[in-house]
Design a protein. Sequence first.
Lengths: 234, 234
Amino acid sequence: MELSIKPIGTIHSCYREKFGIPRQPGLVKSARGSIELLPPCDREEMFKELERFSHIWVQFLFHEAVPDGWRPTVRPPWLGGQKRVGLFASRTPHRPNFLGLSVVRYHGLRREKGSLYLDISEQDLLHGTPVFDLKPYVPYSDAVPDASSGFAHFSTRKVAVAFSREAEEKCRSYQEQTDRNLLALVTEILTQDPRPASQRASTREYGMLLWDVNIRWKANGEDFMVFAVEQQRE
Amino acid sequence: MELSIKPIGTIHSCYREKFGIPRQPGLVKSARGSIELLPPCDREEMFKELERFSHIWVQFLFHEAVPDGWRPTVRPPWLGGQKRVGLFASRTPHRPNFLGLSVVRYHGLRREKGSLYLDISEQDLLHGTPVFDLKPYVPYSDAVPDASSGFAHFSTRKVAVAFSREAEEKCRSYQEQTDRNLLALVTEILTQDPRPASQRASTREYGMLLWDVNIRWKANGEDFMVFAVEQQRE
């Protein structure tokens, strides 16, 4: 038995590539985005009273994982990338049906040039992600704070993040143009150290694309230094 | 763009019909079930280390809702079945793509007659439900206990449940045969009052099928009296 499903919307996100997307979405408060709703789901009445809820579930497709398929076991980052666990004991994108699940903060609906957008933040979704369902987050049944979790071993180490004077100025002028708080976003992402566990001692340069801006940084002892903020032409 | 997805498993559940399935799954501790894993997902290694987690997410199809389709607005039970809200502000099964999401307690894997089963409890899934994905519940990102929720208005009223002597004896003998604690299961389900909000004053008789047993009860003032427990031939 196969089922055919169809996207109800598409993600617009600050995350333009997989590298940099946080493993713990709630910590990156500045990660804004929106869901562009597609017909027949681009009608305000379908979201009536959603404003009662602070958070929503997004069920989506890990679309960039599809071409690579999946394997029965994976090496998750919370075990340092060494040990293998079953794919169903992980949240890897490389899984049968490639379905993803994230809780995000809800900021309301907006109609712009005829399209309906649902604004979100604290999200970890790649730009262009197809969305299959949205549901209100109901703490009564969805929040199980005393659930036990292999993820308890997660590192809580925070990296200090500094900016060169020029990089900081570029972030500020970008915010003036776009109202996007790039300084906060970059800081929140880098403080969690997006490097693979195997590269924790690396001193090489890294880059990541946020919106239309390429961010370049490198390790400086235990800390990170952001030395370039380069706006791309879209 | 359409996507074709395929079940990784099928639910075996005490719930044989929609009526009786609790709106707050976690409260019905005795609601046991299992997921029969289908090829190619019926391999133990795909679940290695899942025992680190107490709870898992089940992403499934509301298969009995598919024939009826969906409407843009619904009347959810938490508003007394009166007021209309957008379908995306509800957890109605009648939604585009008919995808469901439930957190359940995980009890381990079991191989029986060649098939691999994943045992669960505290579940609210209809027997025969197709499952599309399983994920570990990660409280770090999934538990948002301070999320605000329209469901705060949920009734916490509990109905007292009594059994006739004969009904109680039948429950006990069923448990001896099957190791299923029917007395606890019926009590936990009925204490939450499964009747539609519009029938809260009804004194008519109700029935529900749990496993292969038909349970019949009626209101007795503010309380419920279970007066018949009838095992069906399967």
